[in-house]
Design a protein around this ligand. Structure first.
Ligand code: NAP
Length: 319
């Protein structure tokens, strides 16, 4: 049997990947989406999305992405869950190998893999993920109902997380390394006004479970963090049950190392010197969304860049 060759293999199923799929299928291209680890991307772990046009009272992130996925499928796009392990080029066709050993072949590839949680890189942090430490308040917040938690970060994610947790937790600290929030004005104002959230400014988390208080069994859980005021140098221990790390994202581009040009921090570098503005350093591989954008990082911007990548791929395939 002759092996199926897609016109475009789209890697990622957030707003960038799914918008690219809508454009490519409507251009009559054989299109497949590899949906990734969190099908639907980061928006599926956001509560209410108020900045996606067309929804007067906002829309749930999960609902928005599930609807987008259904739209894509209804248009005839094949959507496969799973993660990509490797992309290579054989003759003029790209070979996309999934972790489950499935191989997809495409004449063009659109990389729309988004960016995952950044961690504090402190000792014991990784071991305690799922045991008190989390990168997603909407996913794990419920485990900390009526408990004491801290959120680290000063961006939109940290602010949204703190707001969300303040509704269910007994106590919420927001720890930020500066004294001004990076979040958009509307989100920052909500947090600043919210008396349920205790703000700890100019402070960094410098230790996890440095001073343990309970038995061996309990050692496995988060008990406290050590924070340091970066202006005064004062250090103190904060007893908490949960720590939500919201200090930004890292693009999920590891599997592309050595194939296309990436920045040291993992962001995709676009070729820049071609008429195809979303083309990477390898002709035929395009990129869209948060994996190539550390500046705007918005769902609508990602969707727009997905459309651009799809149009670029379509035009490039015709040449
Ligand atoms: P972000 O905007 O990059 O903010 C990261 C925050 O973490 C910053 O306040 C930063 O401090 C702090 N930080 C970074 N590294 C740190 C470290 N090692 N220790 C302590 N603090 C550290 O990331 P984000 O909040 O995840 O948001 C990512 C993008 O998605 C943004 O563009 C955001 O607007 C967007 N977003 C939008 C929505 C929405 O529209 N509903 C929701 C969530 C996110 P500094 O401020 O000092 O740099």
């Amino acid at each position: 049997m002759e092996e199926k060759i897609y016109d475009t293999v789209i890697i990622g199923s957030g707003p960038a990947g799914l918008t690219a799929a809508i454009y490519n299928i409507r251009a009559a291209l054989k299109t497949v989406v590899v949906a990734g680890n969190i099908p639907g991307g980061q928006l599926t772990i956001t509560t209410l999305v108020e900045n996606w046009p067309g929804f007067p009272t906002g829309i749930g992130g999960l609902k928005l992405m599930m609807d987008m996925r259904e739209q894509v499928k209804n248009l005839g796009v094949e959507v496969r869950d799973g993660l990509v392990d490797k992309v290579s080029k054989e003759d003029s066709v790209f070979k996309v190998e999934l972790q489950d050993k499935t191989v997809l072949r495409g004449r063009a590839v659109i990389v729309a893999v988004g960016a995952g949680a950044r961690w504090l890189e402190l000792p014991k942090e990784k071991e305690l993920i799922g045991k008190g430490i989390s990168g997603c308040a909407t996913c794990d917040g419920n485990f900390f109902r009526d408990k004491t938690v801290a959120v680290v970060g000063g961006g939109n994610t940290a602010c949204e997380d703190a707001e969300f947790l303040a509704k269910i937790c007994q106590k919420v600290y927001l720890i930020h390394r500066r004294d001004t929030l990076r979040a958009t004005a509307i989100e920052a104002e909500r947090v600043l006004k919210d008396e349920r959230i205790e703000k700890i400014w100019d402070s960094e988390v410098i230790g996890i479970n440095d001073q343990l208080r309970i038995t061996n069994y309990e050692l496995e859980k988060l008990q406290n963090i050590k924070i340091k005021n970066v202006k005064t140098g004062e250090e103190k221990i904060l007893e908490i049950d949960g720590l939500f790390v919201a200090v930004g994202r890292i693009p999920a581009t590891d599997f592309l190392k050595g194939l296309i040009n990436l920045r040291e921090d993992g962001y995709v570098i676009l070729a820049g010197d071609t008429e195809y503005t979303t083309m990477t350093s390898v002709p035929g591989i395009f990129a869209a969304g948060d994996c190539m954008d550390d500046k705007y990082r918005q769902a609508v911007v990602a969707a727009g860049s997905g459309a651009k990548a799809a149009i670029d791929a379509e035009r490039w395939l015709k040449t």
